[in-house]
Design a protein around this ligand. Structure first.
Ligand code: FAD
Length: 498
């Protein structure tokens, strides 16, 4: 049994999206049993990007008791139903990775098996016609449907989100200290972090430190040297330029990822503006050329100066080391392509809540935490590599390089299994479900050579009724949805609790 002790002193270093998500969640769930302090430096500021999310963010907000309309108003958020990938398989080709499911699975086989069998029986409707979220996105429609039938995430202003969470964290008992961390002081005996020393010599002592200092990784790497696994041989893009512009048209409920000859560009529509950026590999494109390309393709007025970002892809070898946990960019970065970074913050924070030490940190907790985080990261890594590796593009040195690179065995197995049999399996609560893998693998150009024989058990009339019933249901549902932009305005104005 734990003996009554003074509350665990938790110190969060950094106040970007990671810092304030961590502080808000800890304050909300563990407020009375911890003493929570967050240190951030206004002079250093935050990375200022990270606006596209994935559906589990709904869960995070609900866990914190956040009213969705209030959150959307505060962060100028729009709904997101997926990502449009343009020029990835080949120049001029497009496909959509939508949230939710496509068609209807049988317990023994995913819907793709029935669809492929249908193709041989003269049912030529594209796979996309069976995906509700995809069709809603294409027509820019959205509404909350009963039983959460339309699965969605958000596109939001990350600075406003951090500010919104800050209010909640402070209301929940977190203390915010403004100042620059000048030194991380270690305990001479244990080697753990003892305190953060700020400019002016103010010391902040703690028992558990959460490193949310972004790419600087001041605590986990700067002080504790947890190590870094470089993944740039799989993720060669190492630079980005971001810029915000005024909106020139109503916001659509999806993010665009538009490939170019040395990387890709994003467009993320919010209520009050649009987020734009270019991701590129500096080996193949100079900063000047990247900026020129970005500026030539953006719409609307530039609202800020371009934000130039350099990074190295990879992960911190130990996400939790001694009495310090890396959350956010300090723990690693793979790239923004599938909007997974904020989700990884969420996963880490919820794990910290579950594994909060009762006094001294347990090595078993550390090992468990690191294994779980690492599994998440490896699975996401594989999914990201898929977008580059499986392509028909050979039109530039960048695409020739990524198409020919060696890939992890885990991904090679997944690709070949799908190519041979049409099957995909989700293991260890993997973030990306079967539908995601199928949409991206087919979108990038893999067509399975066979499919599950259960599909052929449907008699021709049954197959026709099954497929047309699904298509009609999707089309009818989408036709009944209101315009996304108008819905967001109404919903935020009404502030109905959800
Ligand atoms: P930061 O925002 O950099 O915050 C670091 C904090 O530490 C700041 O408050 C800073 O002031 C503080 N700090 C640093 N040093 C000191 C010091 N010495 N003393 C005191 N304070 C200090 N993720 C998504 O999920 N979706 C996306 O669409 C997406 N797009 C991205 C695009 C790009 C180009 C990049 C690079 C990342 C993107 N990400 C995205 C990732 C996302 O931006 C981050 O995961 C998220 O913003 C969290 O960042 P952070 O809080 O870890 O770091």
């Amino acid at each position: 049994m734990n003996k009554a002790a003074s509350p665990l002193r938790v110190v969060v270093a950094g106040g970007g999206t990671a810092g304030w998500m961590t502080a808000a969640a800890l304050a909300h769930t563990l407020g009375p049993v911890i003493e929570l302090t967050l240190v951030e430096s206004d002079a250093i500021g935050t990375i200022g990007v990270g606006e596209s999310t994935i559906p589990p963010m709904q869960l995070f907000n609900r866990l914190l008791g956040i009213n969705e309309a209030e959150f959307m108003r505060a962060t100028q958020a729009t709904f997101k139903l997926g990502i449009m990938f343009e020029n990835w398989r080949d120049v001029g080709h497009k496909y959509f990775h939508s949230f939710g499911t496509t068609g209807k699975d049988h317990w023994s086989a995913g819907f793709q098996h029935f669809w492929m069998h249908g193709l041989t029986q003269g049912h030529e409707h594209p796979y996309d016609d069976y995906a509700l979220e995809l069709q809603a996105a294409m027509q820019s429609r959205f509404a909350h449907l009963p039983d959460d039938r339309l699965n969605y995430a958000y596109q939001l202003d990350s600075a406003l989100y951090a500010r919104f969470l800050r209010q909640r964290a402070e209301a929940g008992g977190a203390t915010r200290i403004e100042g620059r961390i000048a030194q991380v002081e270690l305990n001479g005996e244990s080697g753990d972090i003892a305190a953060l020393v700020l400019d002016g010599d103010r010391r902040i002592e703690g028992d558990l430190f959460i490193d949310c200092t972004g790419f600087r990784a001041l605590l986990i790497e700067g002080a504790l040297h947890a190590g870094f696994d470089d993944w740039s041989h799989w993720r060669p893009c190492d630079s980005a330029i971001a810029i915000q512009t005024s909106s020139v048209r109503p916001a659509v409920p999806y993010t665009r990822a538009i490939a170019h000859d040395a990387g890709w560009q994003w467009r993320i529509p919010l209520q009050h503006r649009q987020g734009n950026g270019i991701v590129y590999c500096s080996r193949y494109l100079s900063q000047e050329a990247a900026q020129e390309r970005l500026f030539a393709t953006i719409e609307g007025d530039k609202l800020v100066k371009p934000n130039i970002i350099k990074y190295q892809t990879g992960v911190r070898r130990r996400q939790w080391h001694r009495n310090c946990v890396a959350v956010g960019l300090s723990g690693g970065f793979m790239e923004p392509l599938e909007s997974t970074s904020i989700h990884l913050i969420q996963r880490a924070v919820l794990r910290i809540c579950r594994m909060l030490p009762a006094g001294r940190v347990s090595e078993r907790d550390i090992a468990e935490f690191n294994e779980q985080q690492f599994t998440d990261m490896e699975q996401i890594r594989d999914f990201l590599i898929l977008h580059y590796k499986v392509t028909d593009r050979r039109d530039s040195p960048f695409w020739r390089h990524v198409a020919s690179m060696a890939i992890p065995d885990s991904l090679a197995h997944k690709i070949e299994l799908f190519r041979e049999t049409g099957r995909v399996f989700r293991k260890n609560e993997e973030l990306f479900v079967e539908n995601s893998w199928v949409q991206v693998m087919m979108g990038q150009g893999i067509m399975p050579q066979s499919w599950h024989p259960v599909a052929a058990k449907l008699r021709p009339g049954e197959l026709t009724a099954f497929l047309s019933g699904l298509r009609d249901s999707v089309a009818r549902t989408v036709a009944g949805l209101p315009d996304h932009h108008a819905y967001v305005s109404r919903y935020c104005a009404a502030a109905e609790p959800r």
